[in-house]
Design a protein around this ligand. Structure first.
Ligand code: PEP
Ligand code: MN
Length: 386
């Protein structure tokens, strides 16, 4: 039996009582390390004890060990409560505001796997998600899907619900868009990544998609994050356009604290004074996040630059910096796209991009998939994380 870790969270807000020695404004987390020979039943007993204290236990399996995270709003747990247990090796205090997200809780990289597919996110293969900004028609989606699948993408992106700056701009096809995406999966064997903008769309996206995207504008929509945390599908969480690394990781923590451990982080550019691009793609966040968290992090050079001619160079850089994947907008007719045409690649440009990033990945000992053989039909259940 591998060692198991349980964490106890004591406080996560500045309003917590100052006389609590386990409390700080950063939030104090405790790790309860199980003995190496602890049985599954021992883990269950610890979980039950945690829950009997009115806190929540999270079992997080890893390659080396299983982690049991404990979350809750109140700091009522004494370390001795766990140290007294025979199966507990030690209790470690960690002063990180995020916990389930943290490498201290789970050392090994999280690798997301998908049913009936050998695609992964977070493993050795650099995942490529490609497709139009929005699903505009069956014809448009199929044309994009055919080309991105042929070029080696394993995942298809396309919004059925679009968060637009203007209420008069194309808002997406809604459920019809989701139905088209489901057809894309059937026809081309691509896994579907699509955005949910609110609770209502999330319920539908959860049914149709393989990955639920939460957009930059919703990164701190805490009730939506909690709902995504109760979803049965993995969540692609985009960084808010002014979010610090800590805020980004805390948003992921919201999702995980509700029991969904299948989270993929995505850097998509932040707002700066620079006006030569739509946003400033912060590639340094990739190694920064990888130090702090076991979650995969991918890069979106399309929204990160907003300009078609910068997407390929920044994709190369993202792979070189160690990103676990790319999400790229590709449209069969970008000049007539209903959203984000300026940053959408022509399919031929995407072909070249894939050739280039495959070479760069190889330098780092990583791979990028080749063309999928399709048609390939598959169902769509949830994913499993290591
Ligand atoms: C998108 O992926 O089309 C999108 C709206 O992204 P973001 O939330 O990063 O702006
Ligand atoms: Mn877009």
């Amino acid at each position: 039996m591998l060692p198991t870790i349980a964490i106890v969270h004591h406080c996560d807000c500045a309003l917590a009582p100052r006389n609590d020695t386990l409390t700080s404004h950063k939030g104090l987390v405790m790790l309860v390390v199980m003995k190496a020979n602890a049985s599954e039943n021992d883990v269950r007993v610890v979980c039950q004890k945690i829950e009997s204290l009115g806190l929540r236990a999270h079992a997080i399996p890893g390659a080396q060990r299983t982690a049991i995270g404990i979350t809750g709003n109140r700091g009522e747990v004494e370390p001795g409560t766990f140290e007294a247990l025979e199966c507990v090796q030690e209790v470690i205090r960690v002063s990180k505001p995020y916990k389930l997200v943290s490498r201290e809780v789970k050392e090994d990289d999280t690798i997301l796997r998908f049913p009936d597919s050998d695609a992964t996110i977070g493993g050795n293969e650099v995942a490529v998600i490609a497709g139009p900004c929005g699903v505009e028609s069956r014809e448009q989606a199929f044309a994009a899907a055919e080309r991105v699948a042929k070029a080696g993408a394993r995942f298809f992106r396309g919004g059925a619900y679009k968060p637009r700056t203007s209420p008069y701009a194309f808002q997406g096809l809604g459920e019809l868009g989701l139905q088209i995406l489901a057809e894309v999966r059937e026809r081309f064997g691509l896994l579907i990544v699509t955005e949910a903008v609110d609770h209502e769309s999330l319920a539908l996206v959860e049914q149709y998609a393989d990955v639920i995207q939460i957009g930059a504008r919703n990164m701190q929509n805490f009730s939506l994050l909690k709902r995504a945390g109760r979803a049965s599908k993995p969540v692609l969480l985009k960084r808010g356009m002014s979010a610090t690394v800590e805020e980004f990781l805390m948003a992921a923590e919201y999702i995980m604290s509700e029991g969904n451990y299948n989270v993929i982080l995505c850097e998509r550019g932040v707002r700066t004074f620079a006006d030569h691009t739509r946003n400033t793609l912060d590639l340094s966040v990739v190694p920064a996040v990888q130090r702090l968290s076991h979650l995969p992090i991918i890069v979106d050079p399309s929204h990160g630059t907003g300009k078609r001619n910068k997407v390929t160079p920044l994709s190369r850089a993202a792979v070189a910096v160690g990103a676990d994947g790319l999400i790229i907008e590709v449209h069969p007719d970008p000049d007539n796209a209903l959203s984000d045409g300026n940053q959408s690649l022509f399919p031929d440009q995407f072909d070249s991009l894939m050739v280039e990033v495959r070479l760069i990945a190889a330098v780092l000992g990583r791979t990028i998939a080749d063309s999928l053989a399709f048609p390939a039909a598959r169902g769509h259940a949830g994913a499993a994380a290591d």
